[in-house]
Write a protein that binds this ligand. Structure first.
Ligand SMILES: Cc1cc2nc3c(=O)[nH]c(=O)nc-3n(C[C@H](O)[C@H](O)[C@H](O)COP(=O)(O)O)c2cc1C
Length: 385
């Protein structure tokens, strides 16, 4: 039997602190340290806990050349080699190993940079609730955070003495200012309001639509959009979750940027669409109420075609998403609407709903917009506030 290591593997020595009363009575610090060796491989959905004995095995078996199992040192415990094969950390050539082998080959073919693949795969959520488990670690509000943590680093810094500062002229007002100044993250959407189709269509076309195209080489078509994109590749696809869009039934759609069409993927009833929206944005009901949500998911192979195993490629994809988001926000502001972006999303649930594989399609964020409710119950940061 032939085997090799999986293409991408990060082994994290993860410390667990355990409270140890015996140590406390001896007069030492009451914590005992335990280090677990955790294997993170992006073609395997779950973390795999290793034993110390696995480390020499993994140090011996490389990810490129296939080895005959018979040639492994006799000191390697066969049961551990089997366990690593079962977990997909080692890849075998037998039919029983086919599932892990195929996913490992997908990672190789996609040209993910190893660290980026691990970072993406293991920062995905499933069924998380950002509304009850916020990044504020259980603090009710910012005042409580400041009391416990102290104030955050200051809102601005200075890198030169005041005497050296060069005063700049204040900019004159111009056409783009109205949208820039009225842009804000909306957290109070009017549940009775439907998004007019003309507004939805303009937002989608001007953010995600192709304004022009050019053949850069045989079969290599670059789309021109209103936002820049690393390598001019525009790998990010827009998937619409329509809840209350005029003339568009509740459901999931893919936006086609050349034809400017919505491609139906799954029709939903209102309750199902609302439940999915809530799940997508990890329980953030203040966003789930928006009539239109847009999932940004990158076809990573399009970027990695040019930026193969590149250390900056994933960063460029995330930055692409940020540019699209700001364009979307400004168009919404122009239409008199608040918008939102959130990275606190349940990527795994989104992948399942849209039929995406994270090796090929990286869910990055969810956007949305809609008419603001008259009543404001969740805090917002409006320019005039
Ligand atoms: C990358 C990114 C992620 C964000 N994620 C969330 C989020 O998960 N939940 C939320 O309520 N707001 C989220 N926001 C919105 C910010 O909280 C908001 O931009 C900030 O409070 C400033 O308000 P403004 O956009 O109205 O100026 C996010 C913004 C960005 C750019």
């Amino acid at each position: 039997m032939q085997l090799r290591r999986c293409a991408v593997l990060l082994i994290e020595p993860r410390e667990h602190l355990e409270f140890d009363l015996r140590v406390l009575f001896q007069g030492d610090a009451a914590f005992a340290t335990c280090i677990a060796w955790v294997a993170l491989a992006p073609h395997v959905d779950d973390e795999v806990e290793l034993t110390v004995d696995d480390l020499p095995i993994l140090a011996r078996i490389g990810e490129t050349l296939w080895l005959d199992r018979e040639t492994l040192p006799a000191t390697f415990d066969p049961a551990r080699v089997d366990a690593l094969l079962d977990a997909g950390i080692l890849i075998g050539d037998q039919p029983t190993h086919a599932a892990h082998r195929k996913r490992d080959e997908r990672v190789r073919d996609a040209h993910w940079r190893g660290l980026s693949a691990v970072a993406h795969a293991f920062s995905r959520w499933q069924g998380q609730r950002a509304d009850i488990d916020p990044g504020t670690d259980g603090f009710a509000n910012v005042r409580e955070m400041v009391e416990a943590l102290g104030a955050p680093p200051s809102e601005t810094i200075s890198r030169a003495p005041a005497s050296a500062h060069i005063a700049l002229p204040m900019p004159r007002r111009s056409g783009i200012d109205a949208a820039l100044f009225s842009r804000y993250t909306g957290r109070n959407y009017d549940l009775a309001a439907t998004l007019p189709i003309a507004t939805a269509a303009r937002l989608l076309q001007r953010t995600f639509g192709a304004q022009a195209q050019r053949e850069l080489g045989p079969g290599a078509i670059a789309l021109k959009k209103t936002s820049p994109s690393g390598g001019s590749l525009h790998p990010i696809e827009a998937y619409v979750l329509a809840q209350r869009v005029e003339g568009v039934g509740p459901g999931l759609y893919h936006y086609q940027p050349l034809a400017h069409t919505l491609e139906p993927m799954q029709a939903l009833d209102t309750a199902a669409a609302s439940a999915l929206a809530l799940r997508f944005v990890a329980g953030q009901h203040w966003f789930a109420d928006a009539p239109m949500l847009v999932v940004l998911a990158a076809r990573v192979r399009r970027n990695f075609w040019k930026y193969r195993n590149h250390p900056k490629a994933y960063r460029a994809i995330v930055l692409d998403a940020g540019h699209l988001s700001q364009t979307f926000y400004l168009l919404a502001a122009e239409a008199g609407l608040p918008a939102f972006i959130t990275a606190a999303v349940n990527e795994v649930d989104i992948e399942q709903a849209l039929g995406l594989d994270p090796i090929d399609d990286a869910v990055i964020a969810v956007l949305g917009c809609g008419r603001a409710a008259n009543e404001s119950t969740t805090v917002e940061f409006r320019g005039d506030a």
